[in-house]
Design a protein. Structure first.
Length: 317
């Protein structure tokens, strides 16, 4: 192996070629580790460290790399500086609304690191950093729950509950959080506004949250849309096939609104407790679940139908 050749490939960002030169020449785990790091090949680096001999493993560099690879992902990443952009009157909810607002999300141990990252992005905002948070426990460990309670303004962490004909044990594993989204006031009573954010989401610009909250105040529901280009007759037909017919005829009269706005995206929404759309969402979901059982699109379909029947436009950014 010629070190200059390896350096030349690195400078050209031809990392695969550099890696091959190391493997074909004099085996150098240190250089190989660096190449893997440049490519974010952390599993390959982990395998490399497990394969080296005990003498090299005791090296300070390899010891530190092993410690870093074994640490949780949230400890490996550098904290992003908060992005505080100028705000105008329309991008800050009123104090009375903020006092009645909570954020809600859900997660299990597999989603824990993603959940932490989402909550960190929320915590770093100027307006919502101290807003109460409530979490649905879909399989978090006791240690993970303690971490969340200690590091964020989390008020409650509780298992999901819903009032559906389908029993909780019949909801497929991993879909519990989807089943509970229509029942946020039931799970965490005492708030006027519930802002759901999926655990794998990220708040980049807090100003956009105000649009969701404003629609929840005035219309009952603030929710964004899927790409209108992805919504057409075929997609609408799928909704009709997945749901009970009693809701389909009325919804067809709203198809132009649905087609122009796009389908709802329930990964992030703000809903006003006891608003007509909040009640209708639960009603549609309850009847559809009783007739068809719970499936992957149950909450999305039910929310789409409820929003259409209540003539609620979706947000578009």
């Amino acid at each position: 192996m010629n070190a200059n050749q390896v350096l030349e490939q690195v400078q050209r960002k031809s990392y695969d070629l550099a890696e091959n030169q190391i493997l074909r020449g004099t085996y150098d785990p240190y250089l190989l580790s660096l190449i893997y790091r440049l490519q974010d090949k952390y599993e390959a680096e982990r395998n490399l460290l497990e394969a080296i001999g005990p003498g090299e493993a005791a090296n300070a560099y390899f010891t530190e790399r092993k410690r870093w690879l074994d640490s949780p992902i949230r400890q490996r990443c550098e904290r992003r500086p908060p992005l505080h952009l100028p705000t105008g009157p329309g991008s800050v909810p009123s104090k009375s609304t903020l006092d009645q607002l909570c954020f809600v999300s859900a997660g299990d141990s597999k989603y824990f690191d993603l959940l932490v990252e989402m909550l960190e992005s929320l915590k770093s905002t100027r307006i919502y950093g101290n807003t109460p948070i409530n979490l649905i426990d879909c399989g978090l460990s006791a240690q993970e729950k303690q971490y969340l309670l200690r590091n964020f303004p989390v008020q409650e962490i509780k298992p999901p509950a819903w009032d559906l004909p389908t029993q909780q044990g019949e909801v497929p594993a991993g879909l519990e959080a989807m089943a509970v989204r229509a029942f946020l006031p039931t799970n965490f009573p005492g708030y006027s506004y519930y802002f759901w954010i999926d655990a794998d989401a990220w708040i980049q610009d807090e100003r956009f949250l105000a649009g969701f909250i404003d629609h929840a105040e005035s219309l009952g529901l603030g929710i964004s849309c899927s790409s209108p280009a992805a919504v057409g007759k075929s997609f609408f037909t799928q909704i009709t096939e997945r749901n009970t017919l009693e809701f389909i005829d009325p919804v067809f009269h709203h198809f132009d609104l649905f087609r122009s706005a796009g389908g709802v995206s329930v990964g992030a929404f703000c809903i006003r407790a006891d608003s007509p759309v909040d009640t209708l969402w639960r009603e549609v979901m309850t009847r559809n679940t009783g007739a068809r059982g719970f499936h992957f699109y149950s909450d999305t379909d039910s929310c789409t139908i409820a929003a259409l029947l209540e003539n609620i436009p979706t947000l578009s950014f």
